[in-house]
Structure formats: structure tokens, C-alpha cells
Design a protein around this ligand. Structure first.
Ligand code: SF4
Length: 202
């Protein structure tokens, strides 16, 4: 599958489910790595459309659902917010990639690195010193070195630098209409064709 093309039809997103209710539900996992949770909040902004979505989709693993699972399940679609900053995040992302058929990078942090990647212009050492020794709000003045703390990488990386990404939904965050359009297109068996309207954030 190719990455998200940059054009989309101008017709309004379908307001009703595009897969027959009797069809097996599409299994979904979502995760956020280095992100602010805003992309997941935008997903929740689907509001009443979540009810329609729930007839078609089953979210088995996500920070926004209260399911308790020991291991990350095998799913049809993985949706990831945020970029890769440390060893744990890389491990989680690679595991999801292995266990999903289609991976969606949700939001600019996942697609380009965005805000977390602002640190990439500085050395890792300078970032740690600034955050843990110089920050006015930090009273402890100690760079964490406990082995249980995931190791921070020298650079923040967008998902596509670590794993294969099938669909990219840019935006900071992408708005709910864009997420709805992308998901319903995928559920209909089409690759979402995002257009200029979806790429504007003013
Ligand atoms: S893309 Fe924007 S809203 Fe989404 S996680 Fe990054 S900073 Fe937050």
C-alpha cells in the first residue's frame, strides 16, 4: 500500500456506516508515543459518530479504553499518535507494526516529529541538562539514570523512520472530520485521499 495521497474528493464524509452491520468488526489498537494526547482527543471529538464507528470497529487496545489485556493483541488497524523518542516507544511501535495489518500515523508528531522533534537541533546532553538541571520549575536537579527509565534517543523520529507506515493523517491535531473521513474511507476499502481543506489549520 502506498502512503496517503494528497488529494481528496470534496463530497461530505459519509454520515452513516459504510460496512454492513453484520460484517465482522474491524479490530483496532491505538497508542500514543511522544505526543500530547491531542490527537486522541480529536478522535474523541467524533462525538456521536463514535456510536456509528462502534458498530463497525472494536478497539481492543488503547489508552482511551478501559480494556485490560496482558499482551498487545493482533489487530487489523493500528493508529499511532506521537513520535519515537526512547527505547520503550520504539519497542512498542515495532510490536504494533508486527501485529497490525495497516498502520496509521495520526497527527503531525507521528508524521513529521513536530513538537517533540524541536529538540533535534540540540544535543541530547544539552536537552537533559536544560530539562533536569536548569529548568526553573525543576527542584531536584538530577538527570534520571535509573535503568528502568527508558533511554532517550539523541533525536526524536517520526514513525516512518522506524517502521513502515501505510496511511498518514497530518494535522496538529487532525480535526475530527478528517479522522472520520480517513476511517470511513478505509472501512469502505479505499485509501483516504486527503485534500487541501484537510491540510489547512487556520
Ligand atoms: S500532532 Fe499536535 S495534537 Fe497531536 S500529539 Fe502532536 S502536538 Fe499533540
Amino acid at each position: 500500500m502506498s502512503k496517503t495521497p494528497v488529494k481528496k474528493s470534496t463530497k461530505k464524509p459519509a454520515a452513516k456506516p459504510v460496512v454492513a452491520a453484520a460484517a465482522p468488526k474491524v479490530k483496532v489498537a491505538t497508542m500514543w508515543l511522544s505526543g500530547c494526547s491531542g490527537c486522541h482527543m480529536s478522535f474523541l471529538d467524533l462525538d456521536e459518530r463514535l456510536v456509528d464507528l462502534s458498530k463497525l470497529v472494536e478497539i481492543l487496545f488503547s489508552p482511551i479504553v478501559d480494556t485490560k489485556v496482558k499482551d498487545m493483541p493482533y489487530v487489523d488497524v493500528g493508529i499511532v499518535e506521537g513520535c519515537v523518542n526512547n527505547t520503550d516507544q520504539e519497542h512498542e511501535l515495532k510490536m504494533l507494526r508486527e501485529r497490525c495489518k495497516l498502520l496509521i500515523a495520526l497527527g503531525d508528531c507521528a508524521v513529521t516529529g513536530n513538537v517533540p522533534a524541536l529538540r533535534n537541533q540540540f544535543t541530547l546532553k544539552d536537552c537533559l541538562i536544560r530539562a533536569y538541571e536548569q529548568a526553573e520549575s525543576n527542584k531536584i536537579c538530577c538527570i534520571p539514570n535509573d535503568p528502568v527509565v527508558p533511554k532517550l534517543y539523541p533525536k526524536a523520529r517520526p514513525l516512518a523512520e522506524v517502521v513502515k507506515v501505510d496511511v498518514s493523517i497530518p494535522g496538529c491535531p487532525p480535526d475530527a472530520d478528517t479522522i472520520w473521513f480517513a476511517l470511513t474511507e478505509l472501512l469502505a476499502g479505499r485509501m483516504p485521499q486527503l485534500n487541501e481543506k484537510n491540510m489547512r489549520y487556520d
